[in-house]
Design a binder for this molecule. Structure first.
Ligand code: XBP
Ligand code: MG
Length: 256
């Protein structure tokens, strides 16, 4: 039986399209805590540990549960989490609007190649939908949100990554099988999610995720690469390509 052709690329957002966590989400959480008169501060190291938990509201709850055992929760704690997270989203999208976070190397190049070749594009992320559209608009192109057929984000599925649900939700909306897709991820929670959804996955690592387990990945690279700055290969092969381009994606997909 002929193999299913590669038709669709599904992208994670945070850490994959852009390095948003350390200098984007983290300071936005801290600004929200200050706004609410809380003396909580997530430094770079602590934030790396908190990233174990995906989802901002879930991360705040995890912090209170595990790092503030003596703190007395107000009666309206659930509402406080929701309000804190709303403020955090406002701070984060303002930062993006100011052009605060560039795309990672090779992201704009690969997406433009994929569009030119007529591949279908989608987003599968645990972050809040407004954060995705702001990043696409301000860091990619004013109309970039329209380039993605499906933007699967935030609370549309109750079980966030590492559960496969967000990828399954996106593929169901696209009416596409996992065998016709490739996913792009940057973290262990991310690849656990994409792998469990049956997707072959290319991983671009970052400072927070370099030591994660990516043994399920089809390829692990430092980034997607630019002609002037080829990527480092950490696992797998570029198959004679100088960087991660469409020819490589088709080669990887054919070899699966
Ligand atoms: C990203 C997340 C998100 C962001 C914060 O994980 O875990 O929660 O850190 O965004 P992934 P929100 O890259 O695996 O999707 O505060 O909007 O949740
Ligand atoms: Mg990510």
């Amino acid at each position: 039986m002929p193999k299913t052709p590669l038709t669709s690329l599904l992208f994670d957002v945070d850490g994959t399209l852009a390095d948003t966590e350390r200098d984007g989400h983290r300071p936005a959480f801290n600004a929200a805590f200050r706004e609410f008169g809380l003396d909580w501060h997530w430094d770079v190291e602590l934030y790396g540990k908190l990233l174990e938990v995906t989802g901002g509201k879930e991360r705040i709850r995890h912090y209170v549960d595990h790092w503030l055992p003596g703190w007395t929760r107000p009666a309206a704690f659930d509402d406080l989490v929701v309000q804190l997270h709303k403020a955090k989203t406002r701070h984060y999208t303002e930062l993006l609007q100011q052009g605060g976070i560039p795309l990672r190397p090779g992201v704009a190049r690969l997406i433009s190649e994929a569009r030119a070749a007529g591949l279908r594009l989608a987003i599968a992320t645990t972050t809040t939908p407004e954060n995705v559209t702001a990043l696409l608009q301000y860091s990619m192109a004013p109309d970039a949100a329209d380039w993605f057929e499906v933007i699967a984000a935030g609370d549309v599925v109750p079980a966030k990554k590492p559960a496969p649900d967000i990828y399954l939700w996106a593929m169901e909306r696209m009416n596409v099988e996992a065998g016709a897709c490739l996913a792009f991820e940057d973290s262990s929670n991310g690849i656990r999610s994409s792998h469990a959804a049956g997707l072959a996955t290319i991983v671009t690592i970052n400072d927070y995720t370099a030591d994660h387990d990516f043994s399920q990945a089809a390829l692990v690279v430092s980034d997607l690469g630019e002609p002037s700055a080829p990527p480092d290969v950490l696992a797998g092969s570029l198959h004679d390509q100088p960087l991660v381009n469409l020819a490589l994606l088709h080669r990887l997909h054919a070899g699966l």
